[in-house]
Design a protein around this ligand. Structure first.
Ligand SMILES: Cc1cc2nc3c(=O)[nH]c(=O)nc-3n(C[C@H](O)[C@H](O)[C@H](O)COP(=O)(O)O)c2cc1C
Length: 198
């Protein structure tokens, strides 16, 4: 696959199969991140690789507790009388945190110049590298990512930014359409598309 094919192929994986992932693939993904552009020639990030079931469970439980509390807090200011399903649904549930064979946690070194920009660029490379390895990934940015510090022993000098579950998707990822077709497709699903009679 060339880079354009990889970019077009990448889609977020919402759920993962239990098919084991070769650790070499994860090592190559992490290594690829080292080639990311970094501001001021400083390497402002580190990646924590989590594969132990017990740790993943702990991360899921803490993340779901926080997301649930966050959504409940947000609903206090919700004046839509529950009609907005994105707020009242099961958005707080994060089963992918346990399903995916690997969680890659990207952390940014506090106080480095361009730390945020460099970290997000690296994250893009990480997801592309996962696609190139035939794996699915998802960018999950927890509402309060600092909870990861205690569970994973991350020093206060590093700020956890995002969790990227990586593994084989449980379903074939829907291929990306051209943006204009994707819009029509979404509108069709939402029942908003009016067919033009010719
Ligand atoms: C900065 C950022 C944060 C994201 N955070 C979440 C998240 O917290 N939970 C989630 O399920 N998806 C998250 N996503 C994934 C987006 O929902 C997804 O990329 C978007 O729907 C487009 O779909 P695609 O990745 O298949 O192209 C995030 C994506 C980005 C770029």
């Amino acid at each position: 696959m060339n880079i354009i094919e990889i970019i077009k192929k990448r889609r977020s994986a919402g759920s993962f199969s239990d098919r084991p992932v070769d650790k070499d693939k994860i090592d190559r993904i992490v290594k690829a991140v080292e080639f990311s552009p970094v501001g001021s020639e400083k390497v402002p990030l580190k990646i924590v690789v989590v594969s132990k079931a017990a740790k993943k469970k702990q991360i899921r439980q803490a993340a779901e507790q926080i997301e649930k509390a966050y959504l409940e807090g947000a609903s206090v200011f919700d004046d839509s009388n529950g009609s907005d399903s994105s707020k009242s649904g099961d958005d707080w549930q994060k089963p992918f945190l346990e399903e995916a064979p690997y969680l890659l946690i990207i952390c940014s070194l506090a106080g480095q110049p361009y730390q945020a920009a460099s970290t997000w660029l690296a994250l893009g490379n990480l997801m592309m590298a996962a696609t190139a390895e035939g794996l699915g990934s998802l960018c999950y940015s927890p509402s309060m990512p600092t909870f990861l510090r205690k569970i994973l022993n991350i020093a206060v000098t590093y700020m956890p930014i995002a969790i990227i579950p990586v593994g084989y998707p449980s379903d074939e990822l829907f291929p990306r359409l051209e943006p204009k077709d994707e819009k029509i497709f979404q509108n069709l699903f939402a029942g908003r598309f009016n067919w033009q009679k010719t």
